[in-house]
Design a protein around this ligand. Structure first.
Ligand code: C2O
Ligand code: CU
Length: 554
């Protein structure tokens, strides 16, 4: 295994898109940011120089970082932000990951412009578990806002609603042909007839699930979230914020220009939601006259196509080969049931900062997560009390019909703010049933992401979870092993993982809107008995958290 070094310079840079210019914080002057390429098992050092105007952290999404929470990145969970004018070098330890993942800022909504792909090739002298593609290409999906995202986040925190819609989405930074001032810069992938392309898809979209399709071409899905899956041949796929997918596409069609599209999927109430379609072009090389406009896919599912979304996710299965086995925990020691909801914060005497002293929020088991002022990891590791409570509830406070249309009673809609985490012993086997709810008529998918682990999604379904019949449907042989999974609107999903990574690990909805409203919690996994099962010693150069921090008061 090798050691690789990258420098990331974070800086405000001007971009003109959609006929309008704004300054955005990006890495090394580019949107999306640079691709990191490594091999399985490598160690990657990334020196992040913050030349911006506010504190930022970077997270290595989907990378376990064994016993290495110091460098995981979520602000106020494992570190305080890297302040302007300072730098911080992350040590990223690759272990079992192989395939495509990504990195992104993990402070407020900076992920919008601070993200890029993280490609992990097979270890030296090993190969893909599928025929070697002729070419590889990264396709990063993003949201683009004309407004400064910090302003949008403030509005979303206070007023919620749809004030946070993006002005467009982007494929490799480009909105594509269907937006004003954009058709000159549409991303084009030049392909040779007969060649096979490994396309590495990354969704760093802010708040929406996306369908993806290429006109007249089948997609063969071979990897999800840095794990191989049994190949699925499909003409569209659904990808949520935080998901990454590896697909093979063979250029077998008559030479031409074919649209590659991403189009939002949303099964909620909002009719004014942004339904715009973002395009790139799969463009054959050669001597021919292309049709006047590129060929449009006839298969891309519609905005409200909930069946298309569910059917796609149902097909995912681990490859489960001898080289890439599935090891699904069979005996469970810790069970949790987590209801995901949009809520109103309990605001004593209407003292919150939204309209009428109220504030819209989101919650797990009616707890709206609040970031502490020094990171949970530091408080835990150094035994500094007062920054978190180890009492995150295993169940929601009241059991009710989660998917009913009328869920407006106070004990269901109100949430309490707190920094409440769940403690786990080393090597516990954990099962979590996530229940999507329609509290306040706000049912939608929630792509739940867990740091520090991969988990098996052993089951998912529609409606209220039934703890007698639904477990009978679990796949305990070859379920997909993921780091992010969309808990279906008005449905449930069950995950299992082994708590074999001591440290502090965040878990949250990967819609930034829901994360900043508080649909989060964290796990603290205690050390095992030996040094090899304990958190590594911290570096002596963690960013300061100000005067309360043991790292000094910069
Ligand atoms: Cu992709 Cu907590 O993040
Ligand atoms: Cu959510």
């Amino acid at each position: 295994a090798s050691e690789l070094y990258y420098d990331f310079v974070l800086k405000e840079t001007n971009f003109t898109k959609l006929c309008s210019t704004k300054s955005a914080l990006v890495v090394n002057g580019s949107f999306p940011g640079p691709v990191i390429t490594a091999r399985k098992g490598d160690t990657v050092y990334v020196n992040v120089h913050n030349e911006g105007t506010y504190g930022v952290t970077i997270h290595w999404h989907g990378i376990k970082q064994p016993r290495n929470p110091w460098f995981d990145g979520p602000e106020y969970i494992t570190q305080c932000p890297i302040q302007p004018g300072t730098n911080f070098t992350y040590t990223v330890l690759l272990s079992s990951e192989e395939g495509t993942l990504f990195w992104h800022a993990h402070s407020d909504w900076t992920r919008a412009t601070v993200h890029g792909a993280f490609v992990i090739l097979p270890a030296e002298n090993t190969t893909y578990p599928f025929p070697e593609p002729d070419h590889e290409e990264v396709l990063v999906f993003s949201s683009w806002y004309k407004e400064d995202v910090a302003i949008l986040m403030d509005e979303a925190l206070k007023y919620g609603g749809l004030t946070t819609l993006s002005d467009s989405y982007a494929i490799n930074g480009q909105p594509g042909d269907f937006y004003e001032c954009s058709n000159e810069t549409t991303f084009r992938l030049a392909v040779d007839h007969g060649s096979t392309y490994l396309l590495r898809l990354v969704s760093s979209v802010q708040n929406t699930d996306m369908f993806f399709a290429i006109a007249d071409h089948n997609l063969t899905l071979v990897g999800v979230d840095g794990n191989y899956v049994k190949p699925v041949v499909t003409n569209y796929l659904m990808i949520t914020p935080g998901e990454t997918m590896d697909i093979l596409v063979t250029a077998t069609q008559p030479p031409g220009h074919y649209y590659m599209l991403i189009s939002p999927y949303f099964d909620g109430q909002a009719d004014d939601f942004d339904k715009s379609v973002t395009s790139a072009i799969f463009q054959y090389n050669g001597n021919y006259t292309p049709t006047s406009s590129p060929i449009y896919p006839d298969h891309i599912p519609g905005f409200y196509d909930i069946d298309a979304a569910r059917n796609f996710d149902r097909q995912l299965k681990s490859l489960a080969s001898p080289e890439h086995p599935a090891n699904v925990p069979q005996h469970i020691t810790t069970r949790m049931f987590i209801a995901l909801s949009i809520s109103m914060l309990r605001c004593p005497n209407d003292t919150c900062d939204g309209p009428d002293g109220n504030r819209l929020a989101s919650a797990m088991n009616n707890i709206t997560f609040a970031n502490p002022s020094i990171d949970v990891l530091q408080a835990y590791y150094r035994n500094i009390s007062g920054y978190f409570e180890a009492d995150f509830p295993d169940k929601p406070p009241t059991l009710f019909n989660f998917t009913s249309d009328d869920l407006m009673t106070d004990n269901v809609t109100l949430s309490d703010q707190g920094t409440r985490v769940k403690m786990l012993n080393y090597n516990e086997t954990v099962e979590i049933v996530f229940q999507g709810t329609n509290v306040m008529n706000s049912g939608e998918n929630h792509p739940v992401h867990l740091h520090g682990f991969k988990f098996y999604v052993v089951g998912a379904g529609v409606g209220n979870f039934d703890n007698v019949t639904d477990p009978l449907t679990y796949n305990l042989i070859d379920p997909p092993e993921l780091n992010t999974f969309p808990v279906p609107k008005d449905g449930w999903a069950t995950i299992r993982f082994v708590a074999d990574n001591p440290g502090v690990w965040f878990m949250h909805c990967h819609y930034d809107r829901h994360m900043s409203w508080g649909m989060n919690t964290a796990f603290i996994v205690r050390n095992g008995d030996t040094e090899e099962t304990s958190v590594r010693p911290p570096p002596d150069y963690m960013p300061s958290c100000g005067e309360n921090s043991i790292y000094g008061g910069a």
